[in-house]
Design a protein around this ligand. Sequence first.
Ligand SMILES: [Zn+2]
Length: 285
Amino acid sequence: MKSMLESFAIALCGLATSVLAALANVAIARTTGADIFTLALWVVVPVGALLVGFAAASGYYLGSRYFHKRASAGLLVQMLLIAAFTQLLIYWTGYATMALEDGRKVADLVPFGAYMELILTKSHYRIGRALSDVGEVGRLGYGIAALHFLGLLAGSLAVFLYLKELPVCEACSRYLRSMANKTKRFADADSAGAYYDRLFAIPVDGPDFAALIQTDADVEKVEQGALQVHTTLLGCPVCKAQMIEEKVQGYNGQDWKDLHQLHRKVRIPAEVDLVPVFLELRVAS
Ligand SMILES: [Zn+2]
């Protein structure tokens, strides 16, 4: 029952952001003349629709994170259906709010179907810096609308794939929540390796592990070749199982770059609670 209610709440979050994204798109188009949804790069890459798709699907992301509920195949189907709904809503809101210069509402003059045919096939596309008019798009307009739909789908899919990558408790199908974190910086790979290689070579419930986690490591001045390790203690909101996630970044002289091959997630045995270790709390004895 609780799980069903959560699914319903997540669906509502997704619906809310889709409606907001569609309404915001039409409002911006009406006030500035720029229709974000139809923006395309090199004519065929629907970046505008992709952005609207992200915004529309953001509610699913926030809802899933809030309830720690793992994204399922059912959620993906729902997200794709809502993407179609978002596109329809953009068209319909455009229709309902369009007025002629003399103030007459378009919705009072033509039915929605006729309006759709008109805006899809009679649109003029302007291409290049000079915005040269390539004429009416005709039947190609349906293809362009399909391209916009693909952009929306890609935006939703990106949100779903991001959700799929988040650390999860396999037993409970729940997203883990962050309990504590530490960042250490090392001047070079050798000193970083001394920490990185040793951490999980020693028992996680022993004093050496605690000392290694609690010892601060930093460098006076960040120079090329420096490494930083972000260590996050994650916990399941249901069964309280813990996991340590470590992300390593290297400094190339200008930026910190993720070193994905050193990224690791390590499960902590069920009876071990590392929160006091990370928060450096002294357990009263
Ligand atoms: Zn769990």
